[in-house]
Design a protein around this ligand. Structure first.
Ligand code: ATP
Ligand code: MG
Length: 375
C-alpha cells in the first residue's frame, strides 16, 4: 500500500490577473511536491469570478460549499471586474461568503523585506523587516448592526455597532500568542485605541492582559493604532507578531506589506486554525495574494506572480509540508535577490514592472519554478 501524502486543493483563479498568476503558482507548488514526495490534486473551478456571473447571474453554483469541503484547502486568485460587476456583488458573492461560511477567523499576512525588492523606506536591509499581522476576520467593527433615523432631515443620525464577543476576541488572541511563542523573538504587539474608543477597546486590552498571564515567555506591548501606524513606517524592524481587531487589522495588514515594497509580492491566509477534517463539518482555510484582479494591467502578462506563489507557500506550511514551504520561500528570495546578476549574465529580466524591471509573469514564474526544481 502506498503511503504517499496527498492533498486536494480547490483552485479558484477568479478574474483579471488572478487568471495569469495562478498557473505559474501551481507549477511552483507541483515542483515542490515532486521534490518532497507528496502529491497535490488541483481541482480548478471557473466560478467565484465575474465571467461566471455574467454568464449565469450568480457568482457561485448551488453546490459550492460541498465542492470546497471536499478539498483540504482553497487556493484563490483574485475576484473583481468593477467595470462590469459591482464589487459588492462579486466580493460578497464569493470571497467574503467563503470567509464567513468557513469561519476563517484569522487573517494572517507576513511582512518581510525580500532581497532584490526595493524598500520604500530608506536604509532597510533585506531581512530587517520580518513580522506577521494577525487580523480578526469575523466580527468587531465590521458588523452590519445599526441603522439610520431621521433620514433626510437635519437630525439625520447614523449608527453602526462594534461587536466583540469573548469567543471572538479570545480565539484571535490565542492564535497570535501561540504564533508569537513559536518564533525566536517571542514578541506580541496589540493594536488598541482605548483612549478614544471607551467601551470595546478597553475590553480588548483586558483580554490581552488576561491571556498574557498564560504566556509569560511572550513579551507583550500595546500601542494605539495611530502611533502604531507611525511605528510601522519608522521602525518596522522592531515588530514580530502584531494582532488587531477587524478594522485595525485591516489597516495594518495593508500598511505592513506596503512597507516592504510592492503589493504584488504580498500573500495572505484566511485561516480557521482549529478546524479538523474529522469535525462534523469541515471548514477549509483559504490562501490568496493580497492584491486584487488589477484590471489596469490584466491581459498584459506583466503581473507579479510572487504574491500568489507565496500564498501557495503559506498553504504548504498549513498542510504540514514545512520543508517544501521553506524551499519555495528560499527560491523566491534567491530569484529576486539574484535578479540583477541574472540580467547581466543571461540577459533575462525577472523583475516585473512593479519591482522596477521589464520582466514578465512568465519569466519570473519560470525562474522560481526552475529554482525549486534544481535546488
Ligand atoms: P480589485 O477590485 O480586484 O481589488 P484593484 O484594482 O482595486 O482590484 P488591486 O488589484 O490590488 O486593486 O490593484 C491595485 C494596484 O496595484 C493596481 O495599479 C495594480 O496594477 C497593482 N497591482 C496589484 N497586483 C499586482 C501584481 N501582482 N503585479 C503588479 N502590479 C499589481
Ligand atoms: Mg480593490
Amino acid at each position: 500500500m502506498s503511503s504517499k501524502r496527498s492533498y486536494t486543493i480547490a483552485v479558484l483563479p477568479g478574474d483579471g490577473i488572478g487568471l495569469e498568476v495562478t498557473p505559474p503558482a501551481l507549477r511552483c507548488l507541483e515542483a515542490a511536491a515532486a521534490r518532497f514526495g507528496f502529491a497535490l490534486e488541483f481541482r480548478s473551478f471557473d466560478w467565484a469570478s465575474c465571467t461566471y456571473y455574467l454568464k449565469h447571474g450568480v457568482m457561485i453554483p448551488d453546490n459550492w460549499k460541498a465542492l470546497l469541503q471536499e478539498c483540504d484547502a482553497i487556493f484563490f486568485g483574485a475576484v473583481g471586474d468593477p467595470a462590469r460587476v459591482p464589487d459588492h456583488i462579486s466580493l460578497w458573492g464569493s470571497l467574503l461568503k467563503f470567509r464567513r461560511e468557513f469561519d476563517e477567523y484569522i487573517n494572517l499576512r507576513p511582512c518581510r523585506l525580500i532581497p532584490g525588492v526595493t524598500c520604500p523606506l530608506a536604509g532597510r536591509a533585506p531581512g530587517s523587516i520580518d513580522f506577521l499581522t494577525v487580523r480578526e476576520n469575523t466580527e468587531g467593527e465590521y458588523s452590519s448592526i445599526g441603522g439610520r433615523i431621521f433620514e433626510g432631515t437635519e437630525r439625520e443620525t447614523v449608527i453602526q455597532n462594534t461587536v466583540f464577543t469573548r469567543v471572538g476576541v479570545d480565539r484571535v488572541l490565542r492564535y497570535a500568542f501561540e504564533l508569537a511563542r513559536s518564533r525566536p523573538a517571542k514578541k506580541l504587539t496589540s493594536a488598541t485605541k482605548s483612549n478614544g474608543i471607551s467601551i470595546t477597546m478597553p475590553y480588548w486590552d483586558e483580554r490581552v492582559a488576561e491571556m498574557a498571564k498564560e504566556y509569560p515567555d511572550v513579551k507583550v506591548e500595546k500601542y494605539h493604532i495611530d502611533i502604531l501606524c507611525a511605528h510601522f513606517v519608522q521602525r518596522p524592524h522592531t515588530f514580530d507578531v502584531v494582532v488587531g481587531s477587524n478594522l485595525f487589522g485591516d489597516i495594518l495588514s495593508d500598511l505592513g506589506p506596503a512597507c516592504t515594497g510592492t503589493i504584488g509580492i504580498a500573500p495572505s491566509a484566511n485561516l480557521n486554525p482549529t478546524a479538523r477534517k474529522t469535525d462534523a463539518e469541515w471548514m477549509p482555510s483559504l490562501f490568496e495574494p493580497v492584491h486584487g484582479s488589477a484590471p489596469d494591467i490584466a491581459g498584459k502578462g506583466i503581473a507579479n506572480p510572487v504574491g500568489m506563489i507565496w500564498a501557495g507557500q503559506m498553504m504548504l506550511e498549513y498542510l504540514g509540508e514545512k520543508d517544501a514551504a521553506a524551499l519555495v520561500l528560499s527560491a523566491i528570495e534567491n530569484v529576486l535577490g539574484g535578479a540583477k546578476a541574472r540580467l547581466q549574465e543571461e540577459g533575462v529580466d525577472v523583475l516585473t514592472p512593479d519591482m522596477g524591471g521589464r520582466g514578465t509573469t512568465e519569466s519570473l514564474g519560470n525562474a522560481i519554478e526552475n529554482t525549486i526544481r534544481s535546488k
